[in-house]
Write a protein that binds this ligand. Structure first.
Ligand code: FE2
Ligand code: FE2
Length: 174
C-alpha cells in the first residue's frame, strides 16, 4: 500500500491524473507511468489548438491583439516541439534508429510548421488578412495530421519505452 500511496502522491504532485486499475483479484495496479506521456502531450495538443484558434479569430480585427495571440501560440508550440525533439523523438530513435519513417516525418513536420509560422508572422506584420488566413488554414491541416500521428503512433510507444522515466519527461511540459 505504501508503494501505491507514494505513486499516487507523485502523480498528484506532478499534476497528472492518477489511474488505478482494480484487477479481478482486487489488486490495484498503477498505470499512471504508462499513460502520463500520452495524456500530458495530448492535453497539450488541445491547449495549443485553443491558442491557435484564438490567434485565428483575431485575424482581421485588432492587429496588436493578433500579434499578441499569435506570439503566445508560437511560444507555446515551440516549447512543445522542443520537448519532443529533446526527449520524445530520441527515446523512439534509440530503439528504432535515427532514420526510421515515423520520427523522420514528424521532424520534417516541425520544420515545415516553423517555416509556415515565419510566413504567418510576416503576413500579420504586413497586415495581409487574406494571406494570413490562407496560411493559417494550411497550418491547421498540417497540425491536425501531425498531432493525430503522434497521439496514435508515437506517444504510446515512447511511454512504454521510457517506463518509469515517463512522468518526469511529461512534467517538462507543465
Ligand atoms: Fe510534434
Ligand atoms: Fe506533439
Amino acid at each position: 500500500m505504501a508503494r501505491v500511496r507514494a505513486s499516487m502522491a507523485r502523480a498528484y504532485i506532478q499534476g497528472w491524473r492518477y489511474r488505478g486499475i482494480r484487477t479481478c483479484s482486487g489488486r490495484v495496479e498503477i498505470q499512471e507511468t504508462m499513460t502520463t506521456i500520452q495524456e500530458a502531450f495530448t492535453r497539450d495538443h488541445r491547449r495549443l489548438d485553443t491558442l491557435f484558434e484564438r490567434a485565428e479569430q483575431d485575424l482581421g480585427g485588432d492587429w496588436a491583439d493578433c500579434v499578441s495571440a499569435f506570439t503566445i501560440f508560437r511560444e507555446a508550440i515551440e516549447r512543445h516541439m522542443k520537448t519532443e525533439e529533446a526527449w520524445i523523438f530520441p527515446a523512439y530513435e534509440k530503439k528504432y534508429g535515427n532514420d526510421n519513417p515515423l520520427t523522420s516525418i514528424l521532424r520534417k513536420g516541425h520544420k515545415d510548421l516553423r517555416a509556415f509560422f515565419d510566413e504567418i508572422a510576416e503576413a500579420i506584420v504586413g497586415q495581409d488578412v487574406d494571406e494570413a488566413k490562407g496560411l493559417v488554414g494550411v497550418v491547421a491541416q498540417i497540425l491536425k495530421h501531425h498531432d493525430e500521428k503522434e497521439e496514435a503512433e508515437l506517444y504510446p510507444v515512447v511511454a512504454e519505452l521510457l517506463g518509469a522515466d515517463a512522468p518526469s519527461v511529461a512534467a517538462l511540459l507543465s
